[in-house]
Write a protein that binds this ligand. Structure first.
Ligand code: LRH
Ligand code: MN
Ligand code: MN
Length: 429
């Protein structure tokens, strides 16, 4: 039986206050969509089946390289993090899995599995970390990991990824995400070609250990922490990697890892067209890899990404990219941010499902630019909140996750058990 952290009587009371209004709103929206030839219940079903993974590292307060200001009741370890993830899942019913980062979340894999299964949570992709050093580690990653000039350093980084696969096997994960910070800070510091060859050789060794039913995702990022060149800097290099490695290798698109104004939705379309779109790290940004909450800055862009995904769903067989959040919460309660972001990702999906694809195609073929773009705008401007809220309610979640979470006083309760953490300089990514 699934355990619930938020008292069901509080959840029921909060829902009872909102249910009648919600049902009226849903009915009105249903009538309006019906006039557009859309069955609201069918959209709701798809929304209900949609899930986005929560990153374990997202439930702790993030920071910048200048400072970190922890909040109340910070999770002490991965088991507290799993409980926080369970709260997000219970209230949103949109986050059925957790994505772990090793070694940050290292613990007995059987205990991890048990802890998650109490709340009926599964594990999404494992994330390896060779972008920072761990205590006791023999070789430093200061000058790179999988692409380092030093062979022993590369071997150690390979070994770490193999360990992530092993942990993942025990806990039921089916994917490994590899992001490295390798690159250089000065022109001439490294040889681009040698470095990339090292990287490919290392990745081939990891790929060789990947179980048949697993996928490996490589994540590109334009810059940071290396500021002159980065080994896996863009989707072009990422596509080469996935192609070189083989059919279990796919590209992961982290929305924040592109230059401002880059047409990410088009990258998504290209990768999908050539069978190499593996999945996403959703977040939002204004300037760079800001890791702001998904949907917080440019919800239209998120919608355009989902517009491509829905288009691809209708085109390709076996198309099932992984959906994960990857954001850093510096000034908000991470649970609140993650709940709203999960809903915003779902919202973009629901809006994209409303696009009249037949009318869009006809407008495109008639070169009617305005009619075509109008199809997208109409879908984007539709307030789909009643669909999301009813999908949550019907699955046992909260009509209003934020209000319910606050009414339940979860943060105050855990703050009594979890010791306060002092503010400090230099935070995590
Ligand atoms: C790098 C990144 C990558 C890491 C995570 C902590 O910027 O997006 O996915 O694993 O942040
Ligand atoms: Mn990421
Ligand atoms: Mn990032």
């Amino acid at each position: 039986m699934t355990e619930h952290i938020i008292d069901p009587s509080i959840l029921d009371a909060e829902n009872a206050r909102r249910e009648a209004d919600l049902r009226r709103d849903y009915e009105t929206l249903g009538e309006r969509l019906d006039r557009r030839g859309i069955a609201v219940d069918a959209i709701k079903e798809k929304v209900a089946a949609f899930s986005v993974a929560v990153p374990s590292w997202g439930v702790g307060t993030g920071g910048t390289r200048f400072a970190r200001f922890p909040g109340l009741g910070e999770p002490r370890d991965i088991f507290d993090k799993i409980e926080d993830c369970a709260v997000i899942a219970q209230l949103t019913q949109a986050t059925r899995t957790v994505s772990l980062h090793i070694p940050w979340d290292k613990a007995d894999p059987n205990r991890l599995k048990q802890a998650a299964s109490r709340f009926n949570l599964g594990f999404d992709a494992m994330n390896s970390n060779t972008f920072s050093d761990t205590k006791g580690q023999l070789k430093s990653y200061k000058f790179g990991s999988l692409s380092a000039a030093d062979k022993a350093t590369r071997d150690q980084a390979i070994e770490h990824n193999l360990e992530c696969i092993e942990i993942g096997k025990t806990i039921g994960s089916k994917a490994l995400t590899v992001w490295i910070g390798d690159g250089s800070n000065f022109p001439g510091q490294t040889n681009f070609t040698t470095q990339f060859s090292h990287y490919l050789d290392s990745m081939k060794a990891i790929y060789a250990a990947l179980p048949d039913d697993w996928r490996i995702y490589t994540e590109h990022k334009m810059y940071e922490p290396a500021f002159y060149s980065t080994v896996v800097q863009d989707w072009g290099t990422n596509y080469i990697i996935a192609t070189e490695l083989g059919e279990k290798a796919f590209c992961l698109v982290d929305l924040g890892h592109h230059a401002p104004n880059v047409n990410i939705e088009m990258i998504v379309a290209r990768l999908a067209q050539f069978g190499k779109l593996g999945g996403f790290h959703f977040n939002d940004s204004k300037y760079g890899d800001d890791d702001l909450d998904a949907g917080a800055i440019d919800p239209f862009r998120l919608f355009l990404v989902f517009n491509e995904l829905v288009d691809a769903e209708g085109r390709y067989k076996d198309f099932h990219p992984a959906h994960m959040l990857d954001q850093s919460h510096n000034v908000t309660d991470p649970i609140e941010s993650l709940m709203l972001s999960a809903a915003d990702v779902q919202r973009a999906y629901a809006q994209a499902l409303l696009v009249d694809r037949k009318a869009l195609k006809a407008a495109q073929e008639a070169n009617d630019a305005l009619a075509a773009t109008q199809q997208l705008r109409t879908a984007f401007r539709t307030d789909v909140e009643p669909i999301l809220a009813l999908a949550r309610l019907e699955q046992g979640g909260a009509i209003d996750p934020l209000a319910t979470y606050r009414a339940a006083g979860y943060r105050q309760k855990v703050a009594e058990i979890r010791p306060a953490v002092e503010s400090g300089g230099g935070g995590i990514v």
